[in-house]
Design a binder for this molecule. Structure first.
Ligand SMILES: [Zn+2]
Length: 378
């Protein structure tokens, strides 16, 4: 009889790998065709893998990927069954809270209920927008974030009953800029935020910080694509060291890895200090690259729709930058056609995703970390 593969708790992955020299790959598969290739690579090198989509990508109104939490979960379960991998989690990336008002908290609870019904095992609460610029102390600056994060974390805990779950929280909005450039999270902010949550009996395992990266593809001032090399490694290490010094068993989630050269990740990223590496836009770019050759007509339609829709809003932007930045909104628009592509197209995407995820797994030092997680499951 066929044994069904079920997602495991994010907390088991993060806690078991705490203190190990490794980063767990977290993939946002905006187009699910990439999942089997990545899952197969994870199985072959024996590593845990996290699949996640953010609130903007996947929600009860389908988000810009056209997926609801139930559809996303179903796709992952089917792939895990086909591949036979046992170490995977479903994570709700960026459960964004932008105002903290009652309506938003209520709609957030509805979304989380849908996540839990769909079998999600890990959650990222992102109330980092709620920064109080009037605050006189670090604690005061973060108080609205602390309050909203606590409310939502308590709700998840209640809805999960006695089940364990992964919890990521966020201090410092990723990619935010002020007059002086990218705003970076300080070690003091990171420690104050986690300590305040702990005082409220909220114990996240992972913390997302603003450390110089940004989401999505990166372009220079002339609109040419560039590598993402802006992650501030010394600041990241300082945050990790401050958390350790304060005796907090919390490690960093690195967001915005798309465009970061793998050799730089391999040689520079503090593995373990960074425990979770989020790679999102990269996988969508990969699908578009395959479509260019395997589905040229569909690709032309997707590209054309994006330019038609966004060109009036950004008259000075180069075509490629418009597509690289806003092409994601075409996914829901062309959902049926994207999921009806030829078997040979899907095979090419899977093979490409397999190879690229091997590159991430090696750069993240993920190989053979499976047994550590499996031991913690027993
Ligand atoms: Zn992110």
């Amino acid at each position: 009889m066929h044994k069904h593969s079920k997602p495991i708790s994010g907390s088991i992955i993060f806690n078991s790998l705490n203190g190990h020299n490794t980063i767990v790959l977290a993939v946002n598969p905006r187009i699910l065709h990439v999942v089997r290739g990545i899952m197969r690579a994870a199985k072959d090198i024996d590593a845990p893998i996290i699949f996640e989509l953010a609130r903007s990508e996947c929600n009860l109104e389908n988000g810009y990927t056209g997926l609801t939490p139930a559809m996303f979960s179903k796709g992952l379960h089917e792939a895990a069954d086909d591949v036979g991998h046992d170490l995977w989690a479903i994570h709700a990336d960026h459960i964004g809270i932008k105002t903290g008002n009652d309506d938003e908290i209520e709609s957030t609870k509805e979304l989380i209920s849908a996540h839990i019904e769909a079998g999600y095992t890990s959650f990222a609460i992102d109330a980092s927008h709620l920064f109080n610029f009037e605050g006189k102390t670090v604690r005061q600056e973060l108080e609205n974030n602390i309050k909203a994060t606590t409310t939502i974390a308590k709700f998840i805990e209640k809805r999960m009953q006695d089940k364990e779950f992964g919890l990521e929280v966020e201090v410092g909005e990723i990619g935010k800029e002020d007059a002086h450039g990218r705003v970076l999270t300080t070690p003091e902010e990171a420690v104050a935020f986690i300590q305040a949550l702990n005082e409220n009996s909220v114990y996240p395992q992972v913390l997302a910080i603003a450390n110089g990266s940004t989401h999505g593809n990166v372009y220079d001032e002339h609109g040419y694509p560039i590598e993402q090399v802006s992650i501030d490694i010394p600041r990241t290490k300082a945050v990790v060291a401050a958390l350790k010094k304060a005796n907090l068993a919390v490690n960093v989630a690195q967001h915005g890895i798309t465009g970061t050269p793998r050799d730089l990740i391999q040689s520079q990223f503090p593995k373990g200090g960074i425990i979770k590496g989020n790679v999102a836009t990269f996988w969508m770019n990969l699908v578009w690259d395959v479509f260019k050759v395997y589905e040229p007509e569909l690709y032309a339609k997707i590209y054309g729709w994006t330019l038609d829709y966004f060109r009036p809003k950004f008259p000075d932007m180069k075509d490629k930058q418009i597509f690289g930045t806003y092409g994601k909104f075409a996914i829901a628009q062309f959902f049926d056609e994207i999921y009806a592509v030829d078997k040979s197209t899907v095979r090419a995407i899977e093979a490409y995703a397999y190879a690229e995820s091997l590159m991430f797994f090696r750069a993240f030092n993920s190989e053979d970390t499976g047994p550590i997680v499996r031991a913690a499951l027993k």
